[in-house]
Design a protein. Structure first.
Length: 311
């Protein structure tokens, strides 16, 4: 551990019995509503609630040029890991890839930290999980063409939900949220994400083979942001065209779910100092679990933010 995990958030009057202020409780909801309006996301929020998934087009998802910088940083990461860049002409370097092996990107390049703090992405995350959400896992997907599966179907990644750690039935409210940055054009022929509209309302895992006929491709341009509810059934179509499908997926969870990536312990103070305070919370610095002998800090300047309302 680099140092005792803390978060730069302070609560006044800790330890004094008092009724919570309605104004304090309403503050996160007001911030969420203001951000929805500022970024013109009302339709996307409605799609999340109705269908369980939404796509924010590239021109609205992030500032101009951000997706290009994110793509280049990912390609540098892949080149460092594999010794060469993906073959975008044929896709032969990543043929038959299903999930890929590019994990835990966040600490490797400042642009991956910037990715977590993009306002549009955070607004959709706040809608689904609240401001206390943490990064559960982070991976990049680099997929070339794929041979037809043995069953002759179109999906190379079977339908599932991101609630893999949870037994069914699920809560109706989201406990996981997936935010994926599409860094190449998504079409069905290019191996797009598949999902079953409205499946988040079923609040359970799919049965074997269930929902395949209802699965729809998520088609969008490079630079788009795709967000879906943790209950939503999704998978991937096989790529039938030459080339590469490139993306970065971030799975977030509510803070009481143990993350797959130990960002709280691994993120350095240097990284936290050069990023907005929200990054510390996304890394779990406010979560009061998994302490070692030193325990948590109870100094006022280090008081955790967990008591802020989670909606």
């Amino acid at each position: 551990m680099n140092e005792k995990p803390t978060v730069n958030a302070e609560l006044q009057g800790m330890g004094k019995p008092r009724l919570a202020s309605p104004v304090a409780h309403d503050a996160p909801m007001k911030r969420l509503w203001d951000n929805i309006r500022e970024h013109d996301l009302a339709e996307n929020v409605a799609e999340l609630d109705t269908w369980g998934l939404t796509v924010v087009p590239a021109e609205k998802a992030a500032p101009s040029g951000f997706a290009d910088r994110l793509r280049e940083a990912l390609l540098r990461f892949i080149e460092a890991r594999d010794g060469s860049r993906p073959d975008f002409d044929t896709g032969s370097t990543h043929k038959n890839q299903v999930l890929g092996g590019y994990h835990y990107l966040i600490l490797h390049d400042p642009v991956f930290q910037e990715m977590l703090c993009q306002p549009v992405a955070l607004t959709l995350l706040d809608h689904l999980l609240g401001e206390g959400a943490i990064v559960h896992a982070n991976s990049a997907l680099c997929k070339g063409p794929h041979d037809a599966p043995p069953d002759g179907g179109q999906l190379i990644l079977g339908l599932h939900s991101d609630n893999q750690l949870l037994p069914g039935p699920f809560h109706a409210f989201a406990e996981f949220c997936n935010i994926t940055w599409a860094l190449s054009d998504y079409t069905k022929e290019n191996g797009a994400l598949a999902y079953v509209p409205g499946s988040h309302l079923l609040c359970r895992h799919p049965l074997a083979g269930e929902g395949v006929e209802q699965a729809k491709p998520v088609e969008c341009a490079a630079g788009s942001l795709i967000c879906w509810h943790g209950n939503t059934w999704h998978g991937a179509f096989r790529r039938t065209q030459p080339g590469i499908r490139l993306s970065i997926a971030c799975i977030f969870s509510r803070p009481y779910i143990w993350p797959r990536h130990p960002l709280r312990e691994d993120v350095t103070q240097e990284i936290l100092d050069r990023n907005p305070p929200r990054l510390a919370k996304l890394c779990g610095r406010h979560v009061m679990t998994n302490w070692r002998e030193e325990g948590p800090s109870y100094l006022p300047e280090h008081q955790h933010a967990y008591l802020h309302r989670q909606h």
